[in-house]
Write a protein that binds this ligand. Structure first.
Ligand code: SF4
Length: 225
């Protein structure tokens, strides 16, 4: 049976704020302008890629979409393709059927109701098919630089290992993190968490030896013993 990961004690609010501030300062020093690893050239393309990235890696989405984006894929072209045409282009990605349906439907709405513009309002964004809170947060942060933080698997795991929460629901984690992270570090903190989780604090065998926040991390001893 797979051994269940142990998590550290939850820290006090003061400790949490101090830990996250120090972590952000270190991440900022090594990577002052973190970037989204999804490839895109327009806000519309970013939205499509974020919708596509549900249960798929950024790498696989980029592989599939980069050639289309380099030919300046537009909402009008997507509309012309119709659902079946979109499916043909994205069938290498998981849940391609649902995703092509959503991409077609959201494109129609963007053209008809938003005059091709990606809404900067969370409620409007979340009304689009296939756009949940996480996707809306990524788009708001990346395109409109709004202080939001999308909680994906990396953000969830790293913040839990840092003793910042013991929650199951991403929305609760989002609330906790947005309360303790200084607004000036949002939305870069979203990227720092993801990059830290993807390349250092990996799900299996985190690389604690090389971790630049190991002296701050309450999980260090759990992994080093
Ligand atoms: S010390 Fe280990 S568990 Fe803690 S943040 Fe770094 S990599 Fe993750």
């Amino acid at each position: 049976m797979k051994k269940k990961e142990k998590f550290p004690k939850i820290q006090s609010l003061k400790q949490k704020k101090s830990l996250i501030k120090k972590s952000c300062l270190r991440w900022q020093k090594t990577n002052p302008e973190p970037k989204c690893e999804l490839y895109y050239r327009t806000p519309y393309q970013l939205l499509i890629s974020v919708v596509m990235s549900a249960q798929a890696t950024d790498k696989s989405v980029n592989k599939c979409m980069k050639p289309l984006y380099e030919q300046d894929l537009t909402p009008d072209q997507v509309l012309k393709m119709e659902e079946a045409g979109i499916f043909e282009k994205i069938k290498s990605i998981g849940l391609a059927k649902t995703k092509s349906k959503n991409i077609y439907a959201l494109t129609k709405i963007l053209i008809k109701e938003h005059n091709y513009r990606i809404p900067s309002d969370r409620q409007e964004l979340q009304k689009l098919p296939g756009v949940g809170r996480k996707t809306a947060n990524v788009v708001l942060a990346e395109i409109y630089n709004q202080p939001t933080l999308a909680v994906d698997t990396h953000v969830y795991r790293v913040s839990r290992r840092l003793g910042l929460h013991r929650e199951d629901k991403p929305e609760k984690v989002e609330d906790i993190l947005t309360q303790i992270i200084d607004e000036k570090f949002l939305p870069a903190a979203h990227h720092w968490f993801i990059l830290h989780g993807r390349y250092t604090c990996k799900a299996i065998k985190p690389n604690c030896q090389e971790c630049i926040i190991k002296d701050l991390c309450p999980s260090l001893e759990l992994f080093m013993t």
